[in-house]
Each structure stands twice: as C-alpha cells, then as structure tokens.
Design a protein. Structure first.
Lengths: 108, 883
C-alpha cells in the first residue's frame, strides 16, 4: 500500500468517526479533525471534500442542505447505517493492524 | 448495493449536472467564507483573510475536479469529448472526409445490397413455414437421360399410401383456365390443379373459406375452385361474398370455396386459380399408363432427415416397380431433394462468385480508407508528439483514433445503407424478369445487423493500423525539425505500398473475371440455338373443351387463326406449336423404330415431342435438311407422318436416309408414323447442351386444345401485341389470348442469370478499378509530399523535370507491375475454379488477360502521372528555403 492510499483509507475512517458524533458540514469536520489531533493533522482543507463525495456515493454518509449557525445555507453530512457498519469494520481492521505491527516491532 | 448506488449517482449526475455544479460551488464558497470570517475575527484585513483562507483550502478548481471525478462516468465523458473532437477534425479536411466516406460507403453499400439479394433469392427462396422441411420428389432415369421434378399419378398414389417419412404429401400440375365473366373480358388465368393436401403440406391455411375436401378430390367430384388472394383483390374487388359464389371457368360453373393466403410464396406467387383433381388434367389412358406430369411436394416429419426419407422412397420405388412393371415410369428412380435446392441450386455458384467479388471491393475500399487515414496521421505526427510530451497517455491517443475511425465508419455505414437501398431498387428494376414473381428485395433486420457488423469490422481495419502507429510515435524524433523526409513514416509508406499492391491484385482478378463472364454472356446471346427468335411474337391460346370438343374443331380454329394473321401487313408467317423452346411446354414421349425389337414400355427411349402447324419451320426459320414439311393433307384421316431432327436421324439410321422409315409412337408403340422430313437441330435443352432427339408431329393430325401462337413479322414484334387479341376475337368472341411475349424477351429471360452476373461483376470490377486508381494516386501523392525535400535537392543539383517525372512514375509503376503480375496469376487460378460458369471461353483466354493488362496499365499511368507532374513542378528554391 502506497503512502497516499494509506492516508486516503484512514481519512475515510477518521471522517466517519467524526460524523458518528453527529452531523456536520465540511468545514466543521475539518475543524474537528484538527482540534482532535491537536493541530498535527493538517491536510489541505479542500482535500476532505473529495473524500466526502466518495463516501456519499458509496452510501456511508448522506447529505442534506440546512441553515448553518451563521445563517448561511450549508451542506450537512450524517452517518448512515451502512456508514456505521463500515466505521465498525474499519476500526476493527485498524486495531488489528496496529496490534500486529506493535507485536512485530517488539518481538523481531 | 454499493456499486449500484454509485452507478445510480453517476448516472443521475449526468443529467443533473448543472444543479450539482451549483451545489458544489455553493459548498466550497460556504467553507471559504467561514474561514475568511475566522481570519477576520483574528484581526487580518479582508484581503489577507481571503488570501489566507484560500491558501489553506488549496486550489479550488483542483478540489472541484477531484470531486467531480468521484461522481461521474469519466470514461463516457472522455469518449464523447473525443467524438466531438473527431467531428471537428474531420470537418476541417472536407476533401479527405468526403473521398474516404464515399469510398467506404461504396464498399459497405455494395456488400449489403448484394448480400441482401443473396439472402432473399438464394438463402431463403421459400417463405413457407419451416421451408427446410419441404422436399420434392423427382423422377429420374439415367438410361433415358431423364431427371426432373415430375411424377406419375400412379406413383404418387403408391408413395402416398405407403410412405412414413412425411407428415404430408401433395401433388400439383399447372394448367390454364379461361375465366368468363359478364362484367369483364374473358381471361386466361394461370391455374394449378392440386391434391386436397396441397396447402396443408406447404404449411399454410386459406385466407378465407376452406381448402378442398377429400370428396372434392376424387373422380366425379363437384366443380370447385379457390382463388389466389391477389386475384381476388384485383378482379373481384376483394369482396367477402365471393366464397360460395359461382364462377364460369372453361365455360362451366365452378363454386369458389376459398381464397389462398396473401403473398403465397414463390414458386406459386403467379398462380391465380386452384382446382382439385390434378389427375384429371391428362387423358385417362395417359394417367393410367404412368405418364409423369405432376410435381410432388412433401413435408418431412419432425426428426426425419432428408437422407432417411430418400432411402425409404428408394425402397418404395423398387416396390412400385415390382407392383406395376408395365407402367411407363416403372423403371424410374425417385430422388428426393430439398424444395429450396430445386429452386435455386444452380444459382448458388454464381452468387458465391458475386459475393466473392463484392468482398474484394470492400477489402479494396477498406484498404484505401486505411491508407488515407494513415496518410493523414503521418501529417499529424508533430501534433501527436506535442500532445505526448504534454502528458497525454498513449492510451488516450489510441482511444481518440479509435473513436475517430468508429465515428467515421458509423457515418460510412449509414451512408452505405442508403446506397444499398438505392442499389436494391435498381437491381429489382433491372433484373425484374429474373426475380421470382412477388419477391421484393429489401433491407431487413438481418441485413442491417450485417451492415453494422461490416462497418464495425471496417472501423477496426481502418482505425487499428493508424492507432497502432500512433502509439509508437517516437516523440523526440517527431519534435525534431525534420520536415525533410521524416523516416518515422518509412514503415507507413511500406505498408501503404503493400496495400496498393494488394488493391491492384484484387482489381485485376475482378476485371479478368468480369471480362470472362461478359464474353460468356455475349457468346451465349449470339450462339445459334438452331432457330431465329428475332421478330417472333408469342402468345398462348387455350381452347376450352366445351366449345372445341373435337380435334377437327381445334384444328379448324388454328388454321383460321394462322390464315387471318398471315393476311395482316408485315406478318410473314404464323404457326401454332406445343414444345417450342422456352415457351413453357417440353413434352416427351416414348418411341420405337419399326422393324426393330420393341423394348417394354419402361425401357423405351424418350424424345422431345413437338406438335406444330404447317408454317412452323418457316416461322422459326429452322431449315429443312431433307424431305418436306407438313401440309394440309396431313390431317386426322391421313396416315401418320412425322419429322425428326438430323442428329436424331443420323443416330437412328446411320449412313442412310431417314425418309420413308417408320417410327412407332403411342403408349404401346403401335402407331406407325412415316418420317417425311429431317430438320436442322434445335438446341431446345439449352445452349450449352447437345441438341436432344426431336420428333415433330402435325397439330392437324394430333390436335391439342392449347398451343403457343408464333407470329413472325418484318418489323417489331411488339407491334403485334394489340393486334393478336382482336384477330382471335374475330374468330371467336369468347376466346381470350394470354401471355403475350416476344421471343427475344423469352430468350433474354433465359439468359437472365448470366446477364446479371456479367453486369454485376462488371460494375464491381469498374468500382474496384476506380478505387485502386484512387489508392494509387494517394500513395504516390503522399510519397511525393514526403520526398519534396529530396526532390528539391535533386533539382537544385541539376535534375531535369523529365527525370523527376520518370523517377516518380517508375516508383509507382513498380507497384502496379507487382500487383498486375500477382493479379494475373490469381485470376488464372480463380477462373479455373469457376470454370463451370463460362461458355465458349477459355479460363485463360489470352485476349481477355491481355486487354485487362493494357487497361490497367493505362489507368495506372494516368493515376501516377498527376503526382509525378506535380513533383516536376516543385521549385527547389522554395523547398530548400522552407527547411
């Protein structure tokens, strides 16, 4: 797996996790991600959108237009059932992976 | 589920693009505004805030592009973009586009038209249900040289009662009935007498009413008839009440019990009337002794093969011989054939030849177009190189060229379909006499699918090579400033040269074949058949037995008719005859020679029978070699007389005169006939066969109730058409005349297939020649363009224009020479294969091969001349400066 792919895959998981908390618009998701990662995760802000569009096409999230807190129309994304299941699966996969790596690093 | 949803989103994305775009823009804008606001709150100026927000966001356009990528059918949009680009670039070079389009359309159209004709005429001549289950039973006797689709009634009955291979079997014979109506002229209509099982065997049901019952089909049954659908519509206005009405046929009342289905298939398309009791169509004695006059059709039972049926019938034929040893057809075999084979069997070789020819034309057309595309491609070398260096994937370029050629071929295919429908209309018109009645040539779904297939194949052929070439374009090479004879296309030139050689070869083969076929046709036309058809008009006179019961009555009518016609101005001779070549009757009878042992009836030899009036030989201009013709004194009361042809006489009586010898005729070979004359041979069995044995008898002595009228005129026989009817009416108001035709048209019709084949092959050869010339020209023109620099240098170094011309000319003629040589060899081989189609011409006829060579050489020189002249006019200064 190349570096880019790894990043893309995990970005999806992170976004799903953020949305598990509640629905949010794209800008808000970026804020949340940087806050949670203590500002270390700093990808170009726009890069979250392709991921959002892709996940919407896959049916993991759904989008709806609504009024934002500053009274502007914004597109809010929310997790779907399928998305919830996907998050579960990816989380499991990630845990397994990290455990495996840790084991190798220790024992090798 | 995922992929379906994805698919759905992408599909709907195509349609709601504008709204989606707006939404996406709105979303991005919202994000940027928030960030800008945050920055403003942090204390930056509006300008700085905006810049910072934008910078953090990243390139908006790129982000949007990536978003779009997630949503759409990238592939489809790219292809449609390629298509638009292709249309633009094709439009920018109209000359090339038009020439290439027409070339390919010509090839595709010709193929489609011919294949459509082939499909209708040869592959599916019958439109009955399950036509490949319909068989015909023939009679053959190799000793007597007889093999035809006729059978005797006794044999038919025997087979019908004992066979197990067929679900249905029927017999039929053609005849003519006179229809008299109070509201119209008496009319002689084409009639067929059938068994009750006829329609059922063919697998069709009547359109109205019913078919004949078994009672109606037995001796002594009621007088009933069926009308054909078209006749019912035409002559009776299609009125429903016709079923149950009575019609006067041959002066007797017949009740109409039904109407046959619409558009009854070939070969029954021209029959207007159907009557039962086919066995009544000949004299009882003839029927009983086994005269063969019925056509027998049978439908195979499901699961039974033709071979199985044939072997059962062979056994039955043997049983018949044992059961009826003294019937005249006892010794006959009964071959079983497919109905379709009987109709078109002998057309197949010609059609395969034509199919091959038109295939050649398509190949040449594709080669030409491929060469044209290749040439155009080479001119775009630089464009390709630039695009490659700018990051275009090779795959993209190949895809673009494939789309271009697919689009092009689709357009050519569409144009080809239009051309094909014109061509079919033309063939229908020109070959009207050749086509079975009621058959229309048209494009059907199968044909359209074929066209699509051919176009796709053409697209592949045409686009593949240039696409292949494109993907190999060496970027650096092309970008280098090397307008002077770019070697990158050396391979292209070789390929195109090979194409041209191939085209020349194919064209030469076509030209030779068409020359041979044309010669065949012309020689056939001029071949003497033993009589002179020019200037003779024919018509059919059928005397109803109710008004002309006795022989002398019939003879008197004929004599009166001849007398009145010969009194007309311009008319030289008139006669009536049964058995004249091509007039539709070919009766044969057994005979024996008096004084020699008489073989039993089944083994007796057959000769063609002619019943003629006195002026027959004069009308037909058949010379009399010895003795005399028939005279008025040879009537029913006088002793029997006959006339035979000279090869017959020579064979029967070698070394002595046949005059005075006696032939024994009749079913028991007990009627002596004195031979009073010997005529020249008439090729009544076809121009390519040797003349058969012919016996002529006087109609006055052996009357028959119908005969073909033959009138020889000094002028145009067509002028007799309006005259014959009234002349007949002058003798008997109620007597119609049918089937007027000039003898020339009958002869022409019999040569129709050869004429069609010669004409079509000629057309294809001409098209091939034209296309090859165009191909030759383009290759040379391109080569000249490529070598402009080299030629400029040569001229600067002192070469004279004539030297340049000869240089270019030589390179072109080298290709032609190679192609010519290969073509002549291929033609020699091919013509050997189809030798059976030729008449009186050798497959290696030096005159034809020689003229084709000369013709091609002339055309080739002309095609090469133009580019060479252009080459000689290259101004060295201009070319050198352009470097």
């Amino acid at each position: 797996m190349s570096k880019i792919d790894l990043l893309q895959g995990t970005l999806d998981m992170l976004i799903l996790r953020v949305l598990a908390r509640g629905e949010m618009h794209g800008c808000g998701i970026v804020d949340r991600l940087s806050k949670l990662s203590r500002n270390t995760l700093k990808l170009g802000e726009g890069s979250v959108y392709p991921a959002l569009y892709r996940m919407e096409a896959k049916g993991w999230i759904k989008a709806a237009w609504a009024l934002s807190d500053n009274n502007r129309k914004a597109k809010y994304y929310a997790l779907t059932e399928a998305g919830r299941r996907q998050l579960q699966a990816e989380r499991q996969g990630w845990d397994q992976l990290t455990a495996l790596i840790a084991e190798v690093m220790q024992k090798a | 589920m995922d992929s379906l949803r994805q698919f759905w989103l992408r599909l709907t994305g195509l349609f709601r693009r504008r709204r989606l775009e707006a939404e996406m823009a709105e979303e991005m804008r919202h994000h940027l505004e928030r960030r800008t606001q945050e920055k403003l709150d942090e204390g930056l100026t509006p300008e700085e805030a905006r810049c910072a927000a934008q910078r953090e966001f990243g390139g908006t356009a790129q982000v949007q592009e990536h978003c779009r990528d997630e949503r759409r059918f990238v592939w489809l949009e790219q292809v449609s973009q390629d298509a638009r680009h292709a249309v633009r670039s094709l439009r920018r070079a109209p000359g090339f586009t038009v020439v290439a389009l027409l070339t390919l359309a010509l090839g595709i159209g010709a193929n489609t038209a011919l294949f459509s004709t082939f499909n209708t005429l040869v592959l599916h001549p019958l439109s009955f249900p399950e036509p490949d289950r319909l068989a015909r039973l023939w009679s053959s006797n190799s000793a007597l040289g007889f093999n035809g689709p006729l059978m005797s009634w006794t044999r038919y009955e025997f087979i019908r009662d004992h066979q197990t291979s067929f679900s249905n079997i029927a017999a039929a014979t053609y005849t003519g009935f006179t229809v008299t109506r109070s509201d119209a002229e008496p009319e002689d209509v084409n009639t067929i007498a059938v068994t009750a099982s006829f329609l059922q065997t063919l697998g069709v049901v009547p359109a109205r009413g019913r078919s004949f019952t078994a009672e109606e089909d037995t001796a002594g049954g009621p007088k009933v008839a069926m009308l054909s659908y078209e006749y019912w519509q035409r002559a009776f206005g299609g009125r429903e009440s016709i079923v149950g009405e009575t019609l006067r046929l041959n002066d007797e009342p017949y009740m109409i019990v039904g109407i046959t289905p619409r558009a009854l298939s070939n070969p029954y398309g021209t029959v207007l009337l159907f009557v039962p009791r086919a066995f009544e169509q000949r004299a009882l004695a003839d029927v009983q002794r086994g005269m063969s006059f019925l056509e027998t059709t049978a439908r195979l039972k499901p699961g039974v093969t033709l071979a199985q049926a044939a072997s059962e019938i062979t056994v039955l034929a043997k049983d018949y011989r044992a059961a009826f040893p003294d019937k005249s057809d006892a010794q006959y075999d009964t071959p079983v054939k497919l109905f379709a084979d009987e109709l078109v069997g002998d057309l197949r070789p010609t059609f395969y030849l034509l199919l091959g020819a038109v295939g050649f034309v398509l190949l040449i057309a594709c080669a030409n177009v491929a060469a044209l595309f290749l040439g155009r491609l080479s001119a775009r070398h630089r464009e390709i190189a630039v695009r490659l260096s700018l990051g275009a994937a090779r795959r993209q370029l190949v895809r673009q060229f494939l789309v271009e050629s697919a689009l092009f071929s689709a357009a050519a295919g569409a144009l080809g379909v239009v051309l094909a429908s014109w061509a079919l209309a033309a063939i229908q018109q020109l070959a009207a006499s050749q086509l079975p009645a009621g058959v229309t040539l048209g494009l059907d779904r199968g044909m359209l699918a074929f066209t699509v297939g051919v176009s796709a194949l053409a697209a592949l052929l045409v686009g593949l090579v240039p696409a292949f070439q494109a993907s190999r374009a060496d970027v650096a090479d092309a970008l280098r400033d090397s307008a002077r004879g770019s070697s990158g296309s050396a391979r292209g030139t070789r390929f195109r040269s090979a194409l041209v050689v191939g085209e020349v070869m194919l064209s030469v083969v076509l030209l030779v074949l068409s020359g041979l076929l044309l010669t065949t046709f012309l020689r056939l036309q001029r071949a003497s058949a033993g009589f002179n058809p020019r200037g003779i008009a024919t018509a059919l006179v059928s005397l109803p037995p109710t008004r002309y019961k006795t022989g002398p009555q019939q003879a008197r009518f004929y004599a009166q008719l001849v007398e009145r016609l010969e009194a007309l101005p311009g008319v030289r001779d008139a006669a009536l005859a049964i058995g004249a070549p091509l007039t539709g009757f070919q009766p044969r009878r057994t005979y024996a020679v008096a004084g020699r042992p008489v073989p039993p009836a089944p083994e007796r030899p057959l000769a063609s029978l002619y019943l003629v009036t006195e002026h027959y030989f004069a009308t037909m201009q058949i010379p009399l070699r010895a003795g005399r013709g028939f005279e008025e004194r040879d009537d029913v009361r006088a002793p029997n007389k006959c006339i035979i042809n000279e090869s017959f006489a020579k064979r029967l009586f070698p070394g002595e005169s046949a005059l005075g010898k006696i032939l024994m005729r009749g079913p028991n070979a007990d009627e002596p006939c004195e031979i009073i004359g010997v005529t020249a041979d008439v090729k009544s069995a076809g121009l390519t066969a040797s003349p058969p044995d012919e016996m002529y008898f006087s109609l006055r002595q052996f009357p028959w109730q119908l005969a073909v009228l033959l009138v020889r005129t000094d002028g145009d026989p067509l002028a007799l058409q309006p005259v014959i009817g009234p002349t007949v009416a002058g003798i008997d108001r109620n007597q119609p005349v049918a089937s007027f035709a000039t003898y020339d048209s009958l002869v022409a019709q019999s040569l129709g297939t050869q004429r069609l084949a010669a004409w079509l092959t000629g057309v294809f050869a001409a098209v091939a020649l034209l296309l090859s010339a165009v191909g030759l020209y383009t290759v040379l023109a391109y080569a000249v363009t490529q070598r402009t620099g080299e030629i400029g240098i040569r001229m600067a170094l002192g070469a004279r224009p004539s030297q340049v011309i000869s240089l270019v000319l030589r390179s072109g003629l080298r290709l032609v020479g190679l192609g010519l040589g290969l073509g002549l060899a291929a033609a020699a081989a091919t013509s050997r294969l189809v030798q059976s189609l030729f008449f009186s011409v050798q497959p290696l006829d030096p005159l034809i091969y020689g003229s084709v060579t000369v013709l091609f050489a002339v055309v080739a020189v002309l095609a090469c001349l133009l580019p060479s002249l252009r080459a000689s006019r290259i101004d060295p200064i201009i070319t050198l400066r352009a470097e």
